[in-house]
Design a protein around this ligand. Structure first.
Ligand code: AMP
Length: 472
């Protein structure tokens, strides 16, 4: 059973009011954070009090600090500068579904722990396990891991989990989607029974409820308005365009918008690679991240994107999961995901931490059915425009690149899905809990009011570009 915490998140709390230690407050000041986000204001006191937690929060809400800060504070009594590894057993374990998220979470933990002697480490698959072992052997209090690689270390006896007192399951819904349940069960069976559990999930399906029932003890339920950042700050648009014209449209938009950072989502890794090459040929600095890239390649692409030397990152859903790029102004859905939840995750990459953003979806007639499902899930209509391609100013891809206009494109998608996603048995998710399943319900704003009837006349791309700039 769960209890709902009724904290008034509208009162302007400071981090000091949450009872955080001076070392952590100093790190927060260094990070430039002054006010806790709603999930932080609610989760931190509960976690500090020692309760188990089930929190509904997606990436972009500040959830990482919501678990990392109390976790570090609870470990402070054990913090020491001893050289012996025995002085630094793993006391907090944070499990994440993807390598990218694991890396980002550990970076945050390190930043918040910088004024303490607490050590942290991240371990994930896709890289030589032997490179991680020496670091593990020196001893770390906070271990961030993807489940598969952690099990590898457990099997090789390079990690001991018998002193874990806090467990965090980050993006628990995604872990279940990716088929990690058996791995989770194996890991959790090795942890001390007496421990605190903090679970974060963007959606709350029956599977998540079962996971909570199995692994949490009298969890407190933290409810934040999931939709706040996304709804208020992200302008969503649909451009209706033939599949064969998508590439030309994308190139025109990117060139005209001069957007410094755009993430472009495709359904398959083959499309991601091909598209990034096409963009490069057009003089747009682009790269692709997907499950076929090595970890080094993915990190390199991400670093270049963050540094601004690469302006267009083409990504599959799994590869992009959990990416945290500050003030990402634009997301383009080059192909529409068949799982509506993926749309929510994709557009959650923009409009973060109060910044405004634009999410544009290129919808071909074959993809209309996916948009219907998406609009049902987010409980709002997205403005639709029919787009005319200025074929004189951009490459005509229907003629010059027949490969892009293959009508069988959608068919090839399934077999080319991101390897990371398909490697484990996917669990079909059906979100039917009213609490988590109304992410966008609360905000029926001007945007909904301004939904136009689908225009019958074609809008020239140049006119559409005016709409690319976020309304500040
Ligand atoms: P997360 O949901 O943990 O991925 O965090 C989303 C973004 O918000 C990250 O870029 C964080 O660095 C940033 N962030 C987290 N907490 C705060 C805060 N209290 N104030 C401002 N930004 C924050």
């Amino acid at each position: 059973m769960t209890e709902t915490v009724n904290l008034d998140s509208s009162s302007p709390l400071g981090f000091k009011d949450l009872g955080l230690a001076p070392e952590l407050l100093k790190a927060l000041t260094d990070s430039g954070y002054t006010t806790p986000t709603p999930i932080q204001a609610q989760a931190i006191p509960v976690a500090l009090a020692g309760a188990d937690l089930m929190a509904g929060a997606q990436t972009g809400t500040g959830k990482t600090a919501a678990f990392a800060l109390p976790l570090l504070q609870k470990l402070l009594p054990h913090a020491n500068n001893g050289a012996s590894p025995a002085k630094h057993p793993v006391r907090a374990l944070i499990l994440t579904p993807t390598r990218e998220l694991a890396i980002q979470v550990e970076e945050s933990v390190k930043a918040y722990a910088k004024h303490t002697p607490l050590r942290s480490l991240v371990v994930y698959g896709g890289v030589d396990i032997r490179t991680q072992t020496p670091h593990l052997k020196t001893g770390v209090e906070v271990l961030v891991a993807t489940p598969g690689r952690l099990l590898d270390h457990i099997e090789q006896k390079t990690v001991q989990l018998n002193q874990v007192q806090i467990l965090v399951l980050d993006e628990a819904d995604r872990m279940l989607d990716m088929g990690f349940m058996p791995d989770l069960k194996r890991i959790l069976a090795l942890l001390p029974k007496q421990r605190q559990n903090l679970m974060f999930s963007a959606t709350f399906s029956n599977e998540i409820k079962r996971l909570a029932d199995d692994f949490l003890t009298k969890p407190q339920l933290i409810e934040v308005a999931r939709s706040n950042a996304t709804n208020d700050n992200v302008t969503q648009k649909v451009y209706q365009v033939a599949q064969s014209d998508k590439e030309a449209l994308l190139i025109q938009l990117l060139k005209a918008a001069e957007a410094k950072q755009v993430i472009i989502f495709t359904k398959t890794k083959i499309t991601a690679s091909r598209l990034s090459r096409s963009l490069e040929r057009e003089g747009i600095a682009a790269d692709a991240i997907h499950g076929d890239k090595t970890q080094q390649e993915r990190i390199k692409a991400l670093d270049a994107f963050k540094a601004g030397t690469c302006s267009a990152l083409v990504a599959t859903d799994v590869a992009a999961r959990g990416l945290d790029i500050t003030e990402l102004p634009m997301v383009i859905n080059y192909e529409i995901p068949s799982a509506p939840e993926d749309y929510v995750h994709r557009i959650g990459r923009t409009g973060r931490a109060g910044a405004s953003g634009i999410a544009i979806s290129f919808v071909s007639p074959e993809e209309d059915k996916y948009m219907v499902e998406i609009e049902k899930l987010i409980k709002r209509q997205i403005p639709k425009e029919v787009v005319a391609i200025e074929k004189t100013s951009a490459r005509s891809h229907s003629s010059s690149r027949p490969a892009t206009s293959k009508p069988s494109h959608a068919k090839t998608a399934t077999s080319n899905q991101d390897a990371t996603a398909t490697k484990r048995t996917p669990v079909k998710k059906k979100s039917n809990d009213p609490w988590f399943d109304k992410p966008y319900e609360a905000v029926v704003s001007q945007q909904t009011a301004s939904v136009r009837a689908i225009s019958t006349s074609k809008t020239p791309v140049a006119a559409l570009l005016g709409g690319l700039r976020p309304n500040k």
